[in-house]
Write a new protein. Structure first.
Length: 318
């Protein structure tokens, strides 16, 4: 039986996913297959992947754009491995990544989370800086002895799980990323695994480097959809209210400037604020003042997503 099935969901990122898949040829652990699920891409990803010369079994599945969770489930459905490893399409695996996941599983883990630093080739802007700073702080905190893995640590961009654990909780909830929406599916999945009592560990030596090249407009859209996802997450799991309220990653703090005046800004202000934030990020500025301004607008978009989802849920009587 194959030891690892690596499932890579991808959408409209042909060159990035080709780089990610090709890098897997450098793995020291060789007992693996790769399943790439092309989630409605129209950029030639599937054809390019099928032409890629690699030394491991590679399967390419195409589906309509149904979102990341559905793509992960589709890959898992045809996987032959004892262990499933989900890998985002912008993650370049360190050669020891699979061996480190394997070691943690052999030591008794059901679920393994890896370290995801920013790839040094990522465009040097405030967004890659922010993600890199987050990844560094996350790794430092989770590497400390006896640390508790928090709800917001349960991310599946580089994540392995035993087949038995995946089947026991029923995989990802595709409703969170329906029609290509962003966010919520990994936290929901991780919470269900934690609630079921499965052993979850962080291995800092299981490394993949994220090539972070997200356009500022897409970044703000994701922030709004993340707010929507968190509100829906609470609708599905009301017991998470305390966890989400205590976690720094879920808090929406109202900083002194420039966020406070606009926390409850009218809807018509959203577009010009977004436009100003996108222009600021694209200008190349990344000093402290520019970062504070941009990420304040990011928080506003997150809050907007929370409010819009709340209205939708109330309209449906939820």
């Amino acid at each position: 039986m194959t030891r690892f099935s690596i499932v890579i969901p991808t959408y409209q990122r042909r060159e990035v996913v080709l780089r990610t898949v090709a890098a897997l040829d450098r793995q020291g652990e060789r007992d693996f297959e790769v399943i790439v699920v092309v989630d409605g891409s129209t950029d030639g990803s599937a054809e390019a992947l099928r032409r890629l010369a690699v030394s491991f079994p590679l399967r390419v599945i195409e589906q309509e754009n149904r979102g990341r969770a559905a793509a992960c489930n589709a890959g898992a459905a045809v996987a032959a491995g004892e262990l499933l490893l989900t890998l985002d399409d912008d993650m370049e695996a360190d050669p020891a990544m699979l061996a480190e996941h394997d070691r943690s599983h052999r030591e008794g883990a059901d679920v393994v989370l890896g370290d995801m630093p920013v790839h040094p080739d990522s465009p040097p802007n405030m967004l890659s800086w922010g993600v890199g700073d987050w990844a560094r702080r996350r790794c430092e905190r989770l590497s400390a002895p006896g640390v508790e893995i928090r709800l917001d640590d349960l991310l599946t961009g580089q994540f392995s799980i035993s087949r038995a654990a995946y089947d026991a909780v029923g995989g990802f909830d595709a409703e969170f990323t329906r029609e290509g929406l962003f966010g919520g599916e990994d936290i929901d999945f991780g919470h269900r695994l934690r609630k079921a009592g499965f052993s979850i560990v962080f291995n800092p030596a299981a490394v993949s480097y994220q090539y972070y090249d997200v356009d500022p407009a897409s970044y703000l859209r994701r922030a709004r959809e993340a707010g929507r996802a968190d509100r829906e997450l609470l609708g599905k799991h009301p017991e998470l209210a305390a966890d989400m309220g205590a976690s720094p990653s879920f808090k929406t703090r109202r900083s002194r400037w420039p966020l406070t005046p606009f926390v409850y800004a009218p809807a018509w202000l959203s577009a010009p604020l977004r436009g100003a934030a996108v222009a600021l990020a694209r200008s190349g500025r990344k000093g402290p003042s520019a970062r504070r301004a941009f990420f304040a607008i990011r928080t506003l978009e997150y809050l907007r997503g929370v409010r819009l989802a709340g209205r939708s849920l109330r309209a449906r009587g939820q």
